[in-house]
Design a protein around this ligand. Structure first.
Ligand code: DOR
Ligand code: ZN
Length: 347
């Protein structure tokens, strides 16, 4: 009989679902593995107020497969125009979990992001009063800073001063990619955490650039060195509750990835739980998988843990080479055409 692993149903603490007809495909892919997800607000136009977040939440729920009870947890996009009153309204909504900081221009659909965080102090202070977390895309956009250094420089120029100015503001450094970020996170007390993606656990920049350029591995923050990858793996298998699962699954139609100026984002939802399980197994840490996937994010966000379960089966399978994305578009999932040894058991 195949080996099986049953864990408390997991949460994805960082997910891009897009909108419109895309939701039919993206929601189904995540709902197969995840019970809840923290949904990113970087739509065009971005989700900047409570009413648009509630309407977006309803569209996501309408796209949920009938058999699933997938729950979207919503976020608002911080802009130069965000006010303390918007924060009050977000804190009063039971559906809004956090506020997302994109430094202007840092990544996909970040052009409406923040140009001067120091001018938003009243907004951030109001968030601290409500204990409403700030989720950070942790990269500077200064053109003089090398793309591989942008996370480390963000820690020095933005995160450290913010931590000192408002120590009680709950913070999540999203999709961390460097040993610097791991060390910074480990040194924090209080409500501070980091999400870690499956792609940053199994890949480094050589995988994207040596022997040909692989556009489906291009994401932001960009893949870093082997030492950084190793530091991320050590952090997640250590059982430290400050590190939890956030896939950053970010679908882009195939033609916009395989382009002279390709979009940033890895569509990993169809394989994310399988990949995390593989990483924990490879490091003899399967006993810590459940907390990373299904407990630490809930604890950080002060939500009850899920009560139902997810079963994974140790059974080799080949990831589809492509998936339908409507309008004759396709999505190339992470590890397309490759073998995985674990599979989420459906039904
Ligand atoms: O690679 C990324 N893709 N990084 C992000 O921060 C945004 C995301 C997207 O929305 O496509
Ligand atoms: Zn993201």
């Amino acid at each position: 009989m195949a080996l099986t692993l049953t864990i408390r149903a997991p949460d994805d603490a960082h997910l891009h679902l897009r909108d419109g007809t895309s939701l039919m495909y993206t929601v189904a892919a995540s709902a197969k593995s995840f019970k809840r997800a923290v949904v990113m607000p970087n739509l065009v136009p971005p989700i900047t107020c409570v009413d648009t977040a509630h309407a977006y939440r309803e569209r996501i729920q309408q796209a949920c497969p009938p058999s699933s009870s997938f729950t979207p947890l919503m976020t608002l996009y911080l802009t130069d125009q965000t006010t303390p009153e918007i924060i009050d309204a977000a804190a009063a909504s039971k559906h809004i979990l956090a506020i997302k900081l994109y430094p202007a221009g840092a990544t996909t659909n970040a052009h409406a992001g923040v140009t001067r965080l120091d001018l938003l102090m009243p907004v951030l202070e109001r968030m601290a009063e409500h204990q409403l977390p700030l989720l950070m895309h942790g990269e500077v956009t200064d053109p003089d800073v090398d793309i591989f250094d942008r996370e480390a420089v963000f820690i020095e120029r933005v995160l450290q001063p913010l931590r000192q100015a408002i120590p009680e503001l709950p913070l999540v450094m999203e999709h961390i990619t460097t040993a610097d970020a791991v060390a910074f996170c480990q040194a924090q007390a209080g409500r501070f955490a980091a999400t870690v993606t499956p792609h940053h656990l199994i890949y480094q920049r050589n995988d994207m650039l040596v022997g040909g350029i692989r556009p489906h591995l291009y994401c932001l923050p960009i893949l870093k060195r082997r030492v950084d990858q190793d530091a991320l793996v050590r952090a997640v298998i250590s059982g430290d509750p400050r590190f939890f699962l956030g896939t950053d699954s970010a679908p882009h139609a195939r033609h916009s990835k395989e382009s002279a100026c390709g979009c940033a984002g890895v569509f990993n939802a169809p394989v994310a739980m399988e990949v995390y399980t593989h990483v924990f197994e490879e490091h003899n840490a399967l006993d810590r998988l459940e907390n990373f996937c299904s407990r630490y994010a809930a604890e950080f966000y002060q939500l009850p843990c899920n009560t139902d379960t997810l079963t994974l089966v140790r059974e080799p399978w080949i990831v589809p080479g492509q998936m339908d994305y409507g309008n004759q578009d396709t999505l190339i999932p992470m590890l397309a055409g490759q073998q995985l040894n674990w599979k989420v058991h459906h039904g």
